[in-house]
Design a protein around this ligand. Structure first.
Ligand code: SF4
Length: 377
């Protein structure tokens, strides 16, 4: 089956290019501690060997940036860096990477008195000076609060779209066009909607597709497949990531899963009839990254899935996140949320915090909450 791809422009990222009919690149992200140079370089190399077009690394501090400089020497992988609130780190990381991802929703917490435009201009200037591409990465769990306020609480997509378009227009005004955009949600149908709307508004900009916090395989692969089939099957999408909650030694499975989905779509082996059942228990969990606060996280996500099987027939969403950076925000929309600290797991009911419990206490606490929720249905 020949799929006519959208006429996006070409964006070079190190040795590869995305958009403009280039093959759809599959990406992944390291989950080792960034400052563990040997382990992170080994994981970047394992992902590269598995076929990763780009490997992303989280950098949260100048020390992480120092480690990144060492990692750069030990791998041939095209490297991207994920910046969170500290936009100034762009200056330290740009010399060592091929792409910088920033999240518009994270530019509001740090140096609040400075307008976001100044921060974006700083990042773009670093990218220009060091031959880097940019990803404007909008995520459902961290949308610009001003955009969210403008729309009804049940419309989570329009604020994401508006934020992405606003940043594109601003980056364009800086004379920089070497960027891609991502709009990720944990719900595949929202990923489809928001990316379709974006592609209609800005057909020139390459899209990086992904279902965030897709969770444990095989469910995480199924959720991602649902979104990719509907988007890539209609020409939308230039690079992809499959986010899976797997232990560090299994990270290359993200590449294999992404390549497998792309091969199936190209061969016409689509299963678009597959839809998530909205009346069933939905567990979302982050893929983990260097920010994960306790390595027991992946096991915890698997234990949550196992323990909650009895509630399969209830339309309840449980989110399990690995750290404090994205955990508190990205659990807000779930019925029950868990986010990991080094020693305790924080439990939430929607946006409300219930308390923090040891790793050996959390499952019974979660069960108590889940039973209560079921009794109210
Ligand atoms: Fe990394 Fe934290 Fe996001 Fe999980 S929630 S992928 S640990 S930043």
């Amino acid at each position: 089956m020949t799929i006519e791809r959208n006429p996006t422009r070409s964006v070079r990222i190190g040795t590869i290019a995305v958009g403009a009919g280039h093959p759809i690149a599959v990406q992944s992200m390291t989950a080792t501690k960034t400052q563990d140079v040997a382990a992170t370089a080994a994981q970047a190399n394992a992902l590269y060997e598995a076929g990763a077009g780009v490997v992303r690394i989280a950098v949260d501090s100048p020390k992480d940036a120092e480690a990144l400089a060492e990692i750069r020497k030990l791998t041939k992988a095209n490297l991207a860096v994920d910046l969170q609130e500290n936009f100034r780190l762009a200056e330290l990381v740009a010399p060592h990477v091929n792409k910088i991802r920033y999240n518009p929703g994270h530019l509001y917490h740090h140096q609040k008195d400075r307008p976001w435009q100044e921060k974006v201009e700083f990042i773009i200037n670093q990218a220009k000076a060091h031959d880097c591409a940019i990803r404007i990465g909008v995520n459902c769990g961290s949308v610009d609060p001003a955009k969210k306020e403008k729309y009804d609480a049940d419309d989570s997509i329009t604020p994401m779209l508006e934020s992405a378009l606003e940043h594109c227009a601003f980056v364009d005004s800086l004379g920089f066009d070497r960027y891609v955009v991502s709009l990720k949600d944990s719900d595949p149908s929202k990923v489809v909607d928001v990316n379709r709307r974006f592609a209609e508004a800005r057909p020139d900009i390459p899209l990086h597709l992904g279902v965030t916090e897709a969770g444990l395989p095989p469910d995480g692969i199924i959720k991602t497949r649902i979104a990719f089939e509907q988007l890539i099957g209609t020409g939308i999408g230039d690079t992809v990531r499959v986010s899976l909650t797997v232990p560090n030694n299994r990270k290359p499975e993200e590449i294999a899963a992404g390549q497998g989905i792309l091969d199936d779509i190209a061969a016409g082996r689509v299963r678009s009839v597959v839809q998530l059942n909205p009346n069933e228990l939905n567990i979302i969990s982050c893929p983990s990254c260097s920010r994960v606060e306790n390595e027991a996280f992946v096991e915890l996500a698997a234990d949550v899935k196992e323990m909650t099987r009895y509630a399969q027939q209830y339309a309840i969403t449980i989110a399990v996140m690995g750290c404090r950076v994205n955990g508190p925000g990205e659990t807000d929309d779930a019925d029950l949320g868990l986010w990991c600290g080094p020693k305790v797991v924080n439990l939430k009911r929607g946006p409300e915090s219930i308390g923090a419990f040891g790793y050996d206490e959390i499952l019974p606490q979660l069960k108590k909450e889940l039973d209560q929720l079921i009794s109210q249905r």
